[in-house]
Every structure is written in structure tokens, then in C-alpha cells.
Design a protein around this ligand. Structure first.
Ligand SMILES: Cc1cc2nc3c(=O)[nH]c(=O)nc-3n(C[C@H](O)[C@H](O)[C@H](O)COP(=O)(O)O)c2cc1C
Length: 138
């Protein structure tokens, strides 16, 4: 039987709530994607060009995250907030530093209104070997 897990990154709690609901509905395990250095409020100030989140996105900075053990899972839900129309760099770091071979990925996101489409395209382009089968915005 295939085994499913919900993983998510959330800076202000919105994606966390969706992730917890999904995991509860699907009766799956859940793991948080956490940066080694947590984001402060200033770090995620999108109105400040030089804030951490904006610099990371603009300069495609690698964001160190605490490693997650996803070896036992076949279906991986990966949730995140949309930052500047795409996925936060920590999600790219997650894909880069974990082995997704033989796994099926389902993306989900929360946002102020932007769709998840650009994030799906950007991740598929950066990681063509990862099997991303769907993407949903809540
Ligand atoms: C740096 C930054 C950039 C954002 N960029 C967008 C965006 O391009 N489009 C959008 O609809 N919302 C944008 N948002 C809003 C978040 O996507 C939204 O508030 C999300 O639900 C937050 O999820 P979280 O509480 O799990 O962190 C941005 C927020 C931040 C902090």
C-alpha cells in the first residue's frame, strides 16, 4: 500500500492550518519544512526590497532547512505560501537536498490571490526528474 505524508513550509501559519487539515482528512503523517534560521517578521516584509525573503527570491538563494526523513513515503504533499508569484526558495532547497526518486509529489499553496501555476512550472523546470502530478491553491 502506498504511504502518504504531508510536508509544508509556513511563515505565518496559514499554510500550516491547511496542511494540518489535509493530514487529518487523509489520515497521514505530517512534517514541517523548517529553515535552520527561522524567519523574523522583518525577514518576510515583502514591502522591503532588501528583506530576507525578497533577497532570497530575487537572487535564488539556497535556504538551509532541517532535513526531513521522507524515505518511507510514496506520495508527498508539499505545501507553501506563494512568495512573489512562485514557491519560496526553501521549497527549491527541499527538492534539491532530498531524494524524490520513485515518489509522487502533490503541491499545494496558500496566497493572497496568486495562483499556484507559476510555482508548479518553476519547480517542474528546476527539477524535471521529480514527478509532480498536481497542484492546488487553497
Ligand atoms: C515575501 C512575501 C511575498 C508574497 N508574495 C505573494 C504573491 O506574489 N502573491 C500572493 O497572492 N500572495 C503573496 N504573499 C502572501 C502569502 O502568499 C499569503 O499570505 C500566504 O497565505 C502566507 O502563508 P503562511 O502563513 O503559511 O506563511 C506574499 C507574502 C510574503 C511574506
Amino acid at each position: 500500500m502506498s504511504k502518504t505524508i504531508v510536508t509544508y513550509f509556513s511563515a505565518t501559519g496559514t499554510t500550516r492550518r491547511v496542511a494540518e487539515k489535509l493530514a487529518q482528512e487523509k489520515q497521514t503523517d505530517i512534517l514541517e519544512i523548517k529553515p535552520v534560521i527561522p524567519y523574523t517578521n522583518e525577514d518576510i516584509n515583502w514591502q522591503d526590497n532588501e528583506s530576507r525573503a525578497n533577497r532570497e527570491g530575487r537572487d535564488q538563494v539556497e535556504v538551509a532547512m532541517e532535513p526531513l526523513d521522507i524515505r518511507d513515503y510514496d506520495d508527498i504533499y508539499v505545501g507553501f505560501p506563494i512568495w512573489w508569484y512562485t514557491a519560496p526558495r526553501i521549497i527549491f532547497s527541499f527538492f534539491k537536498t532530498h531524494d524524490f526518486s520513485n515518489k509522487t509529489v502533490h503541491l499545494f499553496a496558500t496566497s493572497g490571490g496568486s495562483s499556484i501555476q507559476r510555482a508548479q512550472q518553476d519547480l517542474s523546470k528546476a527539477f524535471p526528474q521529480v514527478k509532480i502530478v498536481d497542484a492546488k491553491r487553497y
